[in-house]
Design a protein around this ligand. Structure first.
Ligand code: FAD
Length: 417
């Protein structure tokens, strides 16, 4: 059964560049493009910029340096410079020291607000892209749902930074989901704990696997899960937690996300109990907040003018149209919490697909262009790669790289018109 619905749209926005999704890729694209003097609209469905790093409470930037220099030069460096104010390893990290950088999400929200304001980006929060008008692979308008009305957006160039490639999907672009069977990495609901005695915890970090195994034996977890990253320290006694997996979740449907987030809230409680009871330093831990969105690692990837593959990754390839390089080892979270799956993950990251210091692979501009489209670019975790390479380029510093490149390419295209 189907129904047709028609409505006259009375509010129209004309802009040079319209960007949908205000995560790391979207903010990077918007700021660099706006600085070039063009009118830039950035549409974000939640109440803050930053995507997974803020709404999702993902607690750290994965290493951005290759041991020698920062790979996310430009916009990424600017964000890290602001994040690292007062940090004891500031200079080393800004000079390419290969270490993850934990951050306070409230601070990051302000940094993104400041960067977009300073660049005069027209930011619309609480606004969602809901449909695309397209003909012969050329977009002529995007329908957005503002709090008060529906609005049609017309732009010379459109950039999809929704993470899920939602705009490209609405536009009819080709995409792939997950592996050959359509299986995707499980999501996580990140959360915040306070009341931690970190000095006590520092002495026992190497025992974490034993604690997890003991708790699994004691049936602390409804679904055993051995892959427990973190915690990531933000302040004197506050940590960001990126642990727990909602296995077999459907992260593209509202009902799937509803199921995942309600399960995630239970998992956050379980992990709080685990840390309180088994991990020294966490005896007085309190659960402060869970993220307002599901931490989605993987959904759609567009099929672009070039698909970056595991062969490119292994050869540490370079490209003529290279927009930047990445040196994060492939990190594919597994579909269950068994010992075998965890061992496989560790082997992949530390041996099979390990990237050493001073190594990196290139990302071509063509991986940001949905095949055949003339006024649509994609950046962030849904660019055109095979499944394994998505497990590397999805990290936030690399999203800064692809976002920045998409913003600059949109400018180049407009100037050449
Ligand atoms: C649990 C978890 C842990 C992670 N850990 C790390 C880590 O430690 N370090 C690291 O560097 N990376 C980590 N990552 C990866 C990284 O956070 C993401 O891959 C990255 O944020 C993707 O950036 P993005 O800009 O493509 O999308 P997102 O960050 O997902 O941002 C997309 C934005 O688009 C908005 N949006 C979506 N649809 C629409 C629409 N229709 N209209 C308007 N707005 C829309 C969303 O609200 C969101 O703000 C982790 C990811 C997860 C899920």
């Amino acid at each position: 059964m189907s129904e047709t619905y028609q409505k006259e749209i009375n509010n129209i926005i004309n802009t040079d560049i319209a960007i949908f999704g205000g995560g790391p890729a979207g903010v990077a694209a918007a700021v660099v493009a706006s600085r070039e003097g063009k009118k830039v609209l950035l549409v974000e469905k939640s109440g803050c910029l930053g995507g997974m790093g803020t709404s999702g409470l993902v607690p750290a930037f994965m290493p951005s340096g290759d041991g020698n220099k920062l790979l996310c030069e430009g916009f990424g460096t600017e964000v890290l410079e602001r994040v690292l104010v007062g940090h004891e390893n500031r200079e080393a990290l800004l000079n390419g020291f290969r270490k993850s950088i934990p951050f306070d999400p409230e601070k990051l929200k302000l940094i993104y607000d400041d960067l977009t304001n300073e660049a005069s980006v027209n930011v619309k929060l609480f606004t969602k892209a809901i449909d695309v008008i397209v003909e012969n692979k050329e977009i002529s308008g995007v329908l957005i749902s503002e709090n008060e009305q529906l609005t049609m957006v017309h732009a010379k160039q459109y950039i999809d930074t929704t993470g899920d490639a939602t705009l490209s999907y609405y536009a009819g672009a080709k995409y792939i989901i997950g592996d050959d069977q359509g299986e995707t990495m499980p999501p996580t609901l990140c959360f915040i704990l306070s009341g931690i005695d970190y000095s006590k915890y520092s002495n026992v970090i190497t025992h974490m696997r034993d604690y997890v195994e003991k708790a699994i034996g004691d049936q602390i977890f409804i679904t055993p899960d051995r892959h427990v990253p973190g915690p990531f320290r933000w302040g004197e006694n506050v940590v960001g937690m990126n642990c727990g997996h909602m296995f077999d979740s459907d992260c593209l449907s509202s009902s799937g996300l509803t199921k995942a987030i309600t399960w995630g809230r239970k998992i956050a409680r379980e992990f709080t109990t685990f840390y309180q009871q088994y991990v020294p330093g966490f005896e007085n831990a309190e659960l402060c907040a869970t993220a307002s969105v599901v931490g989605v690692r993987e959904t759609r990837r567009i099929v672009g003018e070039y698909v970056l593959t595991i062969e490119d990754y292994k050869k540490r390839n370079s490209f003529e149209d290279e927009i930047g390089r990445c040196n994060y080892s492939i990190d594919i979270h597994k579909g269950n919490g068994s010992k075998e799956s965890f061992t496989q993950l560790v082997t992949e990251m530390r041996e099979t697909y390990h990237i050493k210091d001073y190594e990196s692979f290139g990302i071509p501009l063509r991986s940001l262009i949905p095949k055949g489209f003339t006024n649509l670019l994609v950046a962030g975790r849904c660019i055109s790669t095979d499944r394994l390479v998505q497990g590397s380029v999805r990290i936030m510093p690399t999203c800064f790289i692809t976002g920045q490149a998409a913003g600059l390419e949109a400018i180049r295209r407009i100037n050449n018109l």
